[in-house]
Design a protein around this ligand. Sequence first.
Ligand SMILES: Nc1ncnc2c1ncn2[C@@H]1O[C@H](COP(=O)(O)OP(=O)(O)OP(=O)(O)O)[C@@H](O)[C@H]1O
Length: 291
Amino acid sequence: MKIKIENITKTYGKKISLNNISFELEENKIYGLLGRNGAGKTTLMHLIAGHISPSDGSVTLNGLNPFNNRNVLKNICLINESGNFNQSLKIKDVLKISSLFYPNWNKEIAENLLIEFNLDRNLRIKSLSKGMESALGILIGLACRSAVTIFDEPYIGLDAALRARFYELLLEEYENEPRTFILSTHLIDEVSNLFEEVIILQEGKLVLQEQAEVLIEKSISVTGKKDIVQDFCKGKNVLHVKEFVGQQTAVLYGESFHQSDLYNQDLTVEPVHIQDLMVYLTSSSKGSVSI
Ligand SMILES: Nc1ncnc2c1ncn2[C@@H]1O[C@H](COP(=O)(O)OP(=O)(O)OP(=O)(O)O)[C@@H](O)[C@H]1O
């Protein structure tokens, strides 16, 4: 489903959670939705999932407003960090309800993941540990096979091995049955190799929407003697600078750097991790500093 966000503003009283943002998401891609705490990520995901409506502007999925629209909602699955399920239900009730609600529900995936995550279908949600509840959220998010599946930090209580397994399962599922995944996470380095496109929010505004590959190509970190680094950085967009024992490191962003440009025996040139890039891009209002 094609998702179109047009001039969306969402306010809560005087608080502006999203401030006039517009962008489009294509079908069948894995998106990373990134930003610092309070940037507006959860608000945006709830708008796309039709759980809330905007104060201004419009959200459409294949041209239709998802808010209160069952025909659209049955194709969207949003798994939050917590509180996804009615605490008084049993796991088997959640599975039954999900299988009735989502038209593409895949029973085999659900059964396999129940075994893999060691979830007893007779347990009540309120008796589950945080990790078990997250595992159930991941199971539902993958088994529903919704055209748009959104995970908002779904890994609370999961150890590193289980999180790694989640990323692996997500990729397997995406290959078997391509659909749109939107992942919001603060553990960016763990998951950034899954992203095909990255969206960064800052204080309710859209800072950037870019293909992950291009983002990596457009950013480098250079380290060397201060005067050499400064010379190299002249006329370039410098996001971040740090100095350490006479050496300077500058992070540059904004142009495609080619190998030939980067061959400089006096400088150490390294790629920049998406997590660091997100931090630097959202550190100053302009997204750049001068040296
Ligand atoms: N129901 C609400 N009532 C009042 N303010 C809200 C509500 N929901 C969100 N906000 C405010 O909107 C802003 C954006 O919140 P949101 O939860 O969307 O950010 P986020 O990027 O998901 O943050 P985090 O990474 O910390 O989860 C915050 O300042 C938050 O306090």
